[in-house]
Design a binder for this molecule. Structure first.
Ligand code: ADP
Length: 382
């Protein structure tokens, strides 16, 4: 992209603006679907809203767009309180799952639509449309109708339409979920490129897909049942989760009930050395260990048990091992010989690879304010 184009898209006011939710609540009738959300998206940051279906992610995004009205709290874009502004005056671009292109309009007219609605001078519109189509690699398709495009191309047009208004903030609501797996991964790379080329545009990205969130986001806000449960960099949330919900929603986890003792914890009768960070001896806690960090064979923190199930997953084997009444998952490099069901095995993990989740920390947003780099953490399913 030329410097000129980059400069032009720098945001409607030539400034950088973040997004701030200040105790924002949204209710439908008696049901609160967003409960006092406090969250700041820094200028130029990609914040993923990650959580299960119905947790309030889209509602939060729509509160920024101006499509739902909070019952309390304020929404800021930059230093402007936009809570009472109509959507078209907020300086946002929005892309939704189903593209929402006008079928009877050609691609260029679809992209021009928002500009006309915003009363951009007529003479400026063709240049702005061309610029946005160039950014999304759709310049050669300007005269086609949406029905003459693939799903991935339609989504690029929807992104071009959002960028044409030179938004301060870009709101993306599950933008990849209508695409098949291969297209999705290509578009994910495209979105990462667009973000690099538009470093001043803040992005709020709603998804229930942890791979999308881990890949694209500078920080992830984890939502559950109308509330923000955690917020941090992908690496933080994956490596040092603070809650069981985050540990199990961001990546896959063994969550083992343990009792804290003087210099570690006990799982059943087995003593394990882990960092207890001042947890009170005798108290109950949950030990989180990622399955790919559990090894087969003797080592520090050995756990003896019996094989309950083995799954071959191509490059790895997933072992399910019964240890003191608990099922421990271990993802190990593909084994030459698969251990038979019922075989006695030893698993182990390094003390520094375990995180102790204490009962005191069950919910509430993190205090991490790092605007860390986006990261491609490895995630295993199931
Ligand atoms: P998510 O994006 O996390 O899947 P939503 O924000 O879309 O969740 O929805 C949160 C809750 O609000 C859900 O229980 C949903 O059914 C409810 N909800 C969303 N929109 C409306 C509406 N227009 N009227 C009533 N309830 C709604």
């Amino acid at each position: 992209m030329t410097t000129e184009v980059r400069g032009a898209i720098k945001g409607a006011r030539g400034t950088t603006s973040g997004i701030r939710f200040d105790a924002v609540s949204v209710a439908y009738g008696p049901t609160t679907v967003l409960d006092s959300l406090d969250l700041t998206v820094e200028p130029g940051e990609v914040m993923a809203l990650l959580g299960p279906s119905g947790s309030g992610k889209t509602t939060a995004l729509r509160a920024v767009a101006g499509f739902v009205r909070p019952v309390s709290g304020r929404v800021f874009i930059g230093d402007r309180d936009v809570t009472d502004l109509p959507p078209y005056r907020r300086g946002i671009g929005m892309v939704v799952q189903q593209y929402a292109l006008f079928p009877h309009l050609r691609v260029d007219a679809n992209v021009a639509f928002g500009l006309k609605a915003r009363k951009v001078p007529k003479a400026e519109i063709p240049g702005r449309v061309a610029e946005a189509l160039e950014m999304t690699g759709m310049a050669d398709y300007a005269r086609r109708h949406p029905r003459e495009l693939s799903g991935g191309q339609q989504q690029r047009v929807a992104i071009a339409r959002a960028l044409a208004v030179r938004p301060d903030v870009l709101l993306l609501d599950e933008p990849l979920s209508a695409l098949d797996a291969q297209l999705r991964s290509g578009m994910l790379a495209e979105l990462a490129r667009l973000h690099r080329e538009l470093p001043d545009v803040s992005i709020l990205y709603v998804t229930h897909d942890q791979v999308e969130a881990l890949t694209l986001a500078d920080r992830i806000a984890v939502m559950d049942r109308a509330r923000l449960r955690d917020c941090g960099t992908p690496q933080d949330l994956y490596r040092r989760p603070r809650t069981e919900f985050t540990a199990s929603f961001v990546g896959n986890a063994n969550l083992l009930p343990v009792t804290v003792d003087a210099d570690g914890v006990a799982l059943g009768g087995t003593e394990l050395k882990v960092e207890t960070a001042g947890a009170a001896p005798g108290s109950s806690a949950t030990l989180c260990v990622r399955p790919h960090l559990v090894g087969l064979g003797d080592g520090p923190n050995a756990l003896r048990g019996r094989i309950a199930e083995v799954q071959w997953r191509g490059s790895t084997h997933r072992l399910y091992v019964e240890v003191a009444g608990h099922r421990v998952k271990a993802d190990v490099r593909e084994l030459r010989e698969t251990p038979p069901l019922g075989a006695e095995v030893t698993l182990h993990f390094a003390p520094e690879d375990a995180v102790l989740l204490t009962a005191g920390v069950t919910e509430g947003p993190g205090t991490s304010d790092g605007s860390g780099t986006s990261g491609g953490s490895e995630v295993t399913d199931g």
